[in-house]
Design a binder for this molecule. Structure first.
Ligand code: SF4
Length: 485
């Protein structure tokens, strides 16, 4: 089975999107719509939990939002004026239903449902200790660690237990939790993964991205701040900042690739930032050519920026079919290769005899870039120059993004000339790390206090990687399996 987007098989993948509604008559259908707008953040499974004032109701299933929540009988079960939901992308290991979120547990304080975007980088270490103390885990998701930490906390109130739990976890977490006492939304102290708040009439909405607010007709109020916990209940809204103040480092890759271009992330239009990255790339790495051509779809805004800055015409040299679905069965390698052409084809009449600049957002393994460059040559391009709207991806992400191991990252094993040779490009250039920061409105990267998490480019991780650093290699493998399923 191919994924939605053959060109995206060689991309880093955001693993989750979350959405929550408090105080709307039709909370669950709104959550379904919001999750649909976040589908790009995870396509393997989706779930919604609602609360009707007395009972929690959950529907979770493998598959996409449209297929899981298109039936009246399903939606009729999800009653109540509060609901939260989750889309997830599972990479390796088990994609079992028991890992599909929201996760739910009956605690001493009542029901507790949680939807999590991110990854807890000390989950295996914490889980071992919890299991030693008698906790019985129902899933292999790192998120369940939070539930057990809340359940076993010795603090008295649910909120204090929740804060106590979060103070023990490391890594990235944007959370939407539903309890009988209200909805709790929070972002880790570094704000690695995004979370925004909106309003729809009197209802409060939380979402991974602003595009999901747009889709349900909600107004964008503000980003949930790094380290902030917001509680909404029948008594109104409260904001707490219980963590020691620290220097925020949101994920820079949200701007480059993960977020939809029509979203606002950390106050910046994703589309505008991607265009600015393309323009900066044109300044840093000019080359003579007839056309600038985007690798669809994620390379498009950067290609527009590159073309506008360089004065070289922007053209569509790769045409995407919108009618190849994700359930298209591909039985063998030979046919799998044809899948790329089913979804994307070279615009031969445009390209033949021309020098072209291909613009893409990133190179991970390099396998797709190799195919695209070959596709352009087969269509008659005389020169193919590749420009990449991010620095070389040399390191793995441990914060809720699926990355191959370093051994499989092309940039971890080749210099730029070696990468160009591998993908058979006439030239290859990446935006510089300072150039990327410049496109985000910064003067340059502050090496003492970096403004963003950029660890997959620099290896400068903003948190301890306890499981990675402290566990034996065989346990780290199990960590990988546990963190992504
Ligand atoms: S390592 Fe890369 S993908 Fe992961 S959070 Fe940091 S910038 Fe984002």
């Amino acid at each position: 089975m191919i994924t939605t987007h053959p060109f995206d098989d060689d991309k880093l993948r955001e693993e989750c999107g979350i959405f929550g509604v408090w105080g709307a008559a039709d909370a669950a259908p709104l959550v379904a719509l919001g999750l649909h707008a976040l589908q790009h953040r995870g396509q393997e499974a989706a779930g919604i939990t609602s609360w009707d004032g007395e009972h929690f109701h959950t529907h979770r299933a493998m598959g996409q939002v449209a297929g899981n929540f298109d039936r009246d009988e399903t939606m009729r079960l999800l009653t109540g004026e509060a609901a939260c939901g989750h889309v997830r992308y599972a990479t390796t290991g088990e994609t079992a239903l028991r890992n599909v979120q929201p996760l739910y547990a009956d605690l001493a304080s009542g029901g507790f449902a949680v939807a999590h975007n991110g990854n807890i980088s000390n989950a295996v270490t914490l889980k071992r200790e919890l299991v030693r103390r008698g906790s019985i885990f129902q899933s292999t998701s790192d998120t369940e660690v939070i539930i057990h930490l809340v359940a076993t906390s010795t603090y008295r109130t649910l909120l204090d237990k929740f804060i106590d739990a979060l103070k023990q976890v490391e890594g990235a977490y944007s959370l939407i939790c539903m309890t009988p006492e209200g909805m709790i939304a929070c972002r880790d102290p570094l704000g690695i993964r995004p979370l925004v708040m909106g309003k729809l009439g009197d209802a409060i909405i939380f979402a991974s991205e602003t595009v999901a607010l747009d889709v349900v007709g909600a107004t964008y109020e503000r980003a949930v701040e790094p380290g902030e916990i917001i509680i909404v209940s029948g008594r109104g809204m409260r904001s707490l900042k219980p963590f020691a103040p620290t220097h925020a480092r949101p994920c820079i890759f949200e701007h480059v690739y993960f977020s939809r271009p029509d979203s606002i992330v950390d106050g910046s239009s994703v589309y505008s930032v991607r265009k600015a990255i393309g323009a900066q790339l044109a300044i840093e790495s000019p080359v003579q050519a007839d056309f600038v051509i985007p690798v669809p779809d994620s390379g498009t805004p950067a290609a527009i920026g590159y073309a506008q800055k360089s004065g070289i015409p922007f053209e569509l040299g790769i045409i995407r079919s919108h009618y190849v679905g994700r359930t298209f069965i591909q039985p063998g390698d030979q046919v799998r290769h044809l899948g790329v052409k089913l979804k994307h084809n070279a615009n031969r009449a445009l390209i033949a005899g021309k020098k072209i600049i291909l613009v893409d957002d990133s190179i991970v393994r390099g396998t797709t870039s190799l195919k695209i460059v070959q596709m352009m040559r087969d269509a008659g391009a005389t020169e193919v120059h590749m420009r990449i709207a991010s620095p070389p991806t040399e390191h793995s992400c441990f914060y809720g993004v699926n990355t191959p191991s370093r051994a499989k990252l092309l940039a971890a094993n080749h210099d730029v000339a070696g990468m160009a040779a591998y993908i058979h490009a006439d030239s290859l250039a990446f935006i510089s790390i300072d150039g990327m920061y410049k496109a985000l409105g910064e003067e340059r990267r502050n090496d003492i206090r970096p403004q963003y998490c950029d660890a997959c480019f620099t290896g400068d991780y903003p948190t301890r990687l306890t499981d990675q650093d402290d566990l034996a290699p065989e346990d780290q493998l199990s960590l990988l399996a546990e963190r992504v399923v």
